[in-house]
Design a protein around this ligand. Sequence first.
Ligand SMILES: NC(=O)c1ccc[n+]([C@@H]2O[C@H](COP(=O)([O-])OP(=O)(O)OC[C@H]3O[C@@H](n4cnc5c(N)ncnc54)[C@H](OP(=O)(O)O)[C@@H]3O)[C@@H](O)[C@H]2O)c1
Length: 275
Amino acid sequence: MIVSGIALVTGASRGIGRAVALELAARGFEVVATMREPAAGADLPGRAAALGGRLRVAALDVDRPATIAIPDGIRVLVNNAGIECANLPVEAQPAEDWRRVFETNVFGLAEVTRRAVPALRAAGGGVVCNVTSSSLLAPVPFYAVYRASKAAVAALGESLRAELAPLGIRVLEVLPGPIDTDMLAGSARTPEACAFPEYRPAAEALHAARTALDDMVTAPAEAARRIVDAILDDDAPLRVACDPMGEAMLSGSDAAGAESRLAAFIAGLAGRPAR
Ligand SMILES: NC(=O)c1ccc[n+]([C@@H]2O[C@H](COP(=O)([O-])OP(=O)(O)OC[C@H]3O[C@@H](n4cnc5c(N)ncnc54)[C@H](OP(=O)(O)O)[C@@H]3O)[C@@H](O)[C@H]2O)c1
């Protein structure tokens, strides 16, 4: 796509969202960096200006629909805001964890997107970029809530991609591997599942595997460069990586074939006799 108009990023106070907001500004978008507490982004307009870009901060909590304001002229929506929860066995995970994570990662994202689509359409089309996780590509124990929420977003993105393509809106899913943020640092703790004797061996194996990731992390700025490259690339596939580990997992996975399955499905529909 040609750089023009507004790019809105959710969860831009820190981590991947902050880096993506700055990268979008550096590439020439007028960025609205949204976050729950705007004070956390007080330095962002100055940082963007130093890169030759324009950025303003706006309050937006994806859990609170009253705070969701989509600006006219939006061309890019980056659904980045996300949370995780205690890494427990499914049988021990409180229903409240499921509700809280789905509220932010799925329902909040869906509401922001639902409200953005008419504005994207009115602006002549653009890109919706959903940030999921490369953990979707491996059956990681004790991550069921988080992975299920990201799988829901992946399915939403597949349907949206087919739905919005005729309207000139391209849907993209970024599946990060380990990116050096607060969320990744938080996942270095001993998994809560270790407290359950029946699950301790699997939980300790998970902890060892997670610790090994410390040698494979990618800086948020580098991940952001790759995310914005994909946003600008009209030929980008539905699912893209933004770091070497995510790329290795994606290229070895069946998820990479989603595009051709989608094309086959649509071709099949088109070939069906009218009812
Ligand atoms: N880092 C990784 O290794 C990794 C790997 C795979 C996927 N991801 C995904 O990448 C995205 C960004 O993660 P990150 O690593 O940058 O995490 P992070 O450092 O924990 O930042 C999360 C961001 O989401 C925001 N957020 C949380 N709840 C929100 C809400 N209700 N409304 C608006 N914003 C909200 C946070 O805002 P506050 O500052 O107000 O809390 C923060 O800006 C997430 O979707 C995550 O699942 C990250």
